[in-house]
Ligand binder design. Structure first.
Ligand code: F3S
Length: 282
């Protein structure tokens, strides 16, 4: 039997667990939709589809629906104010499963932009969470995810600045980018809104990857937090494998490894993690 170190923080965080549970609770109703896939995990989305929960990907798709009645669940990433209002106007019942930590960012962004501050979001502008956050500012936001963008930033020095972060952003990178922006001498108010769940998962993944011969990272191929976990682990351990389910794992590649680490992104269900654990250990 192999020596396997399983990350305690692997898998669903509080916000995702809450959102997924909410969808399963509502699945018994008629005409249930989620606005975007509830999590970045194809298996879970497929299972929900079989239970009659369909995914709506855009407001256009919502308007094309024949039904005016039904339930739309907003996922943990949250949505912009515009999207929220449009869904409400459509007439469906909204079940808001936005993670409370994301709601907190929406509140900061709205309040601080109303005070006239320039909002800077440290994050990936194509990520749905960031798109949602952008939409709660009453003024145009600036999204920064690279050193180059931080260095190029030029603002009116008399305007106060409020910096928030995408919840799943890498903590080290956030510090680096904030430092570059801080050196420009603006009057800055920094809210580190990176979620602890992400930080803990990343730190634990790094610690485990340092100790093991091979590392397995489990998560959906389009899950940005899993991708980040993979990068962190790959940095510490050359033999790091990114898989979605057990099927993607070539167990023969782990043959030489005495000690194997396992972690998983925030959207990876427990049954998938356990299946990998059992097979890697055998
Ligand atoms: Fe919420 Fe943190 Fe998860 S912000 S959705 S608990 S990663």
């Amino acid at each position: 039997m192999k020596n396997v170190i399983m990350a305690k923080s692997a898998g669903f965080c509080f916000g995702v667990k809450r959102a997924v549970d909410t969808v399963y609770e509502n699945a018994k109703k008629d005409h249930v939709y989620t606005f975007g896939p509830i999590i970045h995990n194809e298996e879970v989305v497929k299972d929900l589809e079989e239970k009659g929960v369909h995914v709506i990907n855009s407001l256009e798709e919502l308007h094309d629906l024949k039904e005016k009645e039904g339930t739309i669940i907003i996922r943990s990433h949250g949505v912009s104010k515009e999207v929220y209002d449009a869904i409400k106007e459509h007439g469906m019942e909204i079940v808001d499963a936005t993670c409370p930590f994301v709601l907190k960012i929406h509140r900061i962004v709205r309040e601080e932009s109303e005070k006239g501050k320039q909002i800077i979001i440290i994050g990936n502008e194509n990520h749905p969470e960031v798109e949602g956050i952008m939409g709660w500012s009453v003024t145009p936001t600036i999204v920064i995810d690279t050193k180059e963008k931080a260095e190029k930033l030029q603002l009116n020095p008399s305007v106060e600045v409020c910096i928030v972060s995408q919840t799943t952003f890498n903590y080290k990178k956030f510090q680096e980018l904030v430092e570059i922006i801080s050196e420009k001498g603006y009057n800055i108010n920094i809210s580190n809104t990176i979620c602890n769940a992400t930080e803990e998962r990343q730190t634990e993944a790094r610690d485990i990857a340092k100790q093991v011969d091979a590392m397995v990272v489990i998560g959906g191929s389009s899950s940005s937090n899993t991708r980040k976990l993979y990068e962190i682990c790959k940095n510490e351990c050359d033999d790091t494998f990114y898989i979605q389910t057990l099927n993607d794992l070539d167990l023969s590649k782990l043959g030489m490894a005495d000690c194997i680490g396992i972690t998983a992104g925030a959207s990876t269900p427990n049954n998938i993690i356990e299946e990998v654990y059992t097979n890697v250990r055998a």
